[in-house]
Design a protein around this ligand. Structure first.
Ligand SMILES: [Zn+2]
Length: 466
């Protein structure tokens, strides 16, 4: 691999407007400043564009995002049963996989409701929350052997499964056709945004899922929150904190959660606790207090943070991984459906930072757009309907970018820098940084480098730049 010299780049912390050169050898930045001619090096004339460390998406679901491309979108576009039936029937393939469903479209779905729409092919639809799969009778028959006696399998009064399976991804997977999902296009899409690192937040990855993730050799560095304990992960992947997905309608007791956290800590593994209700966050804070905190412990979403809890999180030094994209994509639903008393505390950002909490943004793709420049603009908290949801919680775009530039193991921690010794996971923008931030959600990325290797991304599209 040849050396690379970026000529005339803007690098943070090098004084405004002073362009420098950056020299990359193998997978490392070796010089920043005035770089003399390097024989054999490839030279990129940056003409003042910013050179940033690659962005890290702190919470996303790789396999589900890749599969999403081959799924039926059952989101807001689908307005009633007829439209849902038409969308499902038009899907190619043996199994029909729907995503992004909310009961506002066509009511609650169980096997009978789905049989009425599509009786002759197995259908499974994921609720927008990601926590619920709804299967028709054909699909349920094929999945019969993986249904357990837990409350996650909803049953009618006679004990027959209704087709509604809660938090069942890992348990359902063995019953599904084992298609090799192609992560390549997703990897390239993320490169085009300058994303060089990903935290996969899917809980309880089984061996099959691990093999799929390992097999694909994404150009990005991948940290897994769902890696099983005591099982080596495939090369190129790394086990991160342990994802704990609490049952919101059936929360564990404080003692039980405390023991779960402590058990993970004893293995040297921090926890990443999914908290989308006020109650689950209160419970999690109490459990972390009782179990003690391990560096790397984090809260996923913190969708509702009641007064006082931000101070607790700051005191515990637990990071929050938030999703500004939800405010835009789902904000109008929140305004309709969330208890008015809770609206001021939804997906907070500014108040957490002000309280001293480390906060990092993420996409939670496929549940929101995987484009970080879209997410950076979403810090304005304007819903798709044009309403500002929680003006007090707006943060500057630079603050959101800083979260994307914080280390994989330290979300919301110190921003990674382009300096001698840093990893050559970089992205070069077409413009200086201030201009790029002002232009978000336009994608400003010109080139992305992972491990010292440059990936060509093509020229800018006319409508997003200049
Ligand atoms: Zn998620």
């Amino acid at each position: 691999m040849p050396d690379t010299v970026f000529r005339d780049v803007e690098v943070a912390g090098r004084g405004g407007g002073v362009a420098v050169d950056v020299h990359v050898r193998d997978a490392t930045v070796v010089a920043v400043g005035e770089v003399p001619h390097v024989p054999g090096a490839q030279v990129v004339e940056a003409r003042g564009g910013a050179l940033l460390p690659g962005l890290h998406d702190h919470h996303l679901h790789l396999l589900a995002t890749a599969a999403g491309a081959a799924s039926v979108d059952c989101g807001p576009r689908v307005r009633d049963r007829e439209e849902l039936a038409a969308a499902l029937r038009s899907a190619p393939g043996a199994w029909v996989r729907g995503v992004n469903y909310h009961e506002r479209s066509a009511g609650d779905l169980d096997r009978y409701a789905l049989d009425a729409l599509v009786p002759d092919r197995p259908v499974r639809i994921q609720h927008r929350s990601g926590a619920l799969w709804m299967l028709n009778s054909r699909a349920l028959a094929l999945a019969e052997h993986v249904l357990d006696r837990s409350p996650d399998v909803e049953r009618d009064a006679a004990g027959a499964p209704t087709g509604r399976l809660w938090r069942y991804d890992a348990r359902l997977r063995p019953a599904l056709p084992r298609t090799v999902s192609d992560l390549g296009p997703l990897g390239r899409t993320l490169l085009s945004y300058g994303v060089t690192g990903i935290t996969d937040a899917t809980p309880n990855l089984d061996t099959g899922a691990l093999m799929l993730l390992g097999h694909e050799a994404l150009p990005q560095k991948v940290l897994l929150l769902g890696a099983p304990d005591g099982v080596p992960v495939p090369s190129g992947l790394r086990a991160g904190p342990r994802k704990l997905h609490l049952r919101d309608h059936d929360l564990p007791g404080l003692g039980e959660l405390t023991e779960t956290v402590a058990a993970s800590h004893r293995l040297g593994r921090p926890v990443a606790v999914h908290c989308v209700t006020a109650e689950s966050l209160v419970l999690t804070v109490a459990a972390l207090r009782a179990a003690g905190v391990l560096p790397g412990d984090r809260i996923e979403h913190a969708a509702v943070v009641l007064p006082g809890l931000a101070a607790d999180l700051a005191q515990l030094d637990v990071a929050v991984v938030t999703q500004p994209g939800f405010v835009r994509e789902r904000g109008d639903d929140y305004l309709r459906a969330v208890e008015p008393g809770e609206l001021p505390y939804l997906y907070p950002y500014r108040s957490l930072i002000d309280a001293g909490v480390r906060v990092a943004p993420s996409s939670d793709a496929p549940h929101a757009s995987p484009d970080p420049w879209r997410t950076i603009a979403d810090a304005d908290r304007v819903t798709s309907g044009g309403v500002v949801l929680g003006a007090d919680e707006q943060v500057g775009r630079a603050a959101v970018l800083a979260g994307y530039l914080s280390p994989a193991d330290h979300p919301g921690g110190p921003v990674r820098q382009v300096r001698p010794g840093s990893a050559a996971d970089l992205c070069l923008l077409w413009t200086p940084l201030a201009q790029a931030l002002a232009a978000a959600p336009a994608n400003p990325v010109r080139l992305t480098m992972t491990g010292g290797r440059l990936h060509a991304l093509g020229s800018p599209s006319e409508d997003t730049l200049d």
